[in-house]
Ligand binder design. Structure first.
Ligand SMILES: Nc1ncnc2c1ncn2[C@@H]1O[C@H](COP(=O)(O)OP(=O)(O)O)[C@@H](O)[C@H]1O
Ligand SMILES: [Mg+2]
Length: 351
């Protein structure tokens, strides 16, 4: 294994278990995100990989070598944190070259490297600029350049974009991804923003309550969530309680639903959840056919221009459909409608 391997990792702080039962193979040269709600253990896991914490149990290896107890400065990691600690009295260029200066690299070579890195993060010519004169986004770019100055083997970022406004954040997500592709450095980013994780990553590690819930490429996780937490956290999903009836069907109240498959090992009578994405549900026109049909009342229509969401109250549960403006269903609040749910889009997950 040439990437990072975490085996049986647990980290406790007194009586608090920050992460537990973590077994991960993180491939070399890829962009990986640790995604999950606040407090689920993302930062702890990143700090363990960085060597800023020692696990209570388990081991970490990098390129096959055990690094569980190797000091941070010997791991060759570049780090960027949410509350970035740039030196306010140094210029952008001096900040970036700081690590090189500590290593005794001469002034000219430092300057050259800083300029090259500034160009790479789209801030050409700003080497002499005061940190205080830079915008939030520019400072974050300087922090990224500084972390890359020593050509680390591992690039670790903890919510690096969360203090930026939405447009700038999306712009930097794309830049960061392109930069990582070019450098092919193993990169791990911590985020609670599923869109951010989906935009940038080769591999998403979904976490909740100190554990890994699922690991996989973004679209695989989106299409095949392994449980209702993941289905709900990645994108939005309609979640309906159901009972398994057969290999290909479940029961929801009075309705029988055809589904693509049931989880391996699931048996008739077991309680599960059906996850169906809003884009897979449609409001049926008169006499239109569908694998599965559920009926209810339109409770709300949200039209934001680029898309239209129609909320339907089905036996006390809200089911939302999303459509492009061109396909806006011809219905109004209060209408009794039929919803079509294709069997292959009805994903059965554990509760
Ligand atoms: N140094 C620490 N001392 C005590 N508890 C901590 C410490 N660091 C983290 N925790 C606890 O561990 C859990 C996970 O925290 P953290 O890894 O920061 O989560 P996240 O980054 O996902 O928000 C939380 O309950 C947090 O309060
Ligand atoms: Mg955190």
């Amino acid at each position: 294994m040439d990437g990072i391997t975490l085996s049986g990792i647990q980290k406790r702080y007194g009586s608090v278990t920050a992460v537990t039962d973590i077994n991960l193979d993180l491939p070399q040269g890829k962009f990986i995100s640790f995604l999950g709600p606040s407090g689920c253990g993302k930062t702890t896991l990143l700090r363990l990989i960085a060597g800023l914490e020692v696990p209570t149990q388990g081991s970490i290896s990098l390129e096959g070598k055990d690094i569980t107890r190797v000091a941070t400065h010997q791991r060759n990691v570049g780090m960027v944190f949410q509350s970035l600690a740039l030196f306010p009295h140094l210029s952008a260029g001096e900040n970036i070259a700081y690590g090189l200066r500590v290593r005794g690299v001469d002034r000219q070579a430092r300057r050259r490297k800083a300029e090259e890195l500034l160009e790479m993060v789209q801030l050409p010519g700003l080497a002499d600029r005061d940190i205080k004169q830079l915008s939030g986004g520019q400072r974050q770019r300087v922090a990224i350049a500084r972390a890359l100055a020593l050509e680390p083997k591992l690039f670790l970022l903890d919510e690096p974009l969360s203090s930026l406004d939405a447009n700038l954040r999306e712009e930097l997500q794309v830049e960061l991804r392109m930069l990582q592709e070019r450098l092919a450095i193993t990169t791990i980013i911590v985020t609670h923003d599923q869109r951010e994780a989906m935009t940038m990553s080769d591999l998403v590690v979904v976490m909740s309550t100190a554990r890994v819930q699922q690991t996989g490429p973004p679209l695989e996780i989106y299409r095949h969530p392994s449980n209702s937490f993941v289905a709900d956290f990645i994108g939005s999903s309609n979640l309906l309680d159901a009972i398994i009836e057969s290999d290909q069907s479940v029961r929801i109240g009075q309705n029988r639903l055809e589904v693509a498959a049931i989880p391996t090992g699931a048996k008739p009578g077991e309680e599960v959840v059906i996850s169906i994405r809003p884009e897979d549900v449609s409001v049926l026109k008169n006499s239109e056919h569908a694998d599965n049909v559920l009926e209810g009342t339109v409770s709300f229509i949200r039209d934001v221009g680029a898309s239209v969401e129609t909320f339907v109250d089905y036996a006390g549960t809200s089911i939302v459909t999303i459509s492009a403006p061109k396909e806006r269903p011809d219905v109004q609040q209060g209408d009794w409608v039929q919803l079509g749910l294709p069997a292959k889009a009805c994903v059965v997950v554990w509760r």
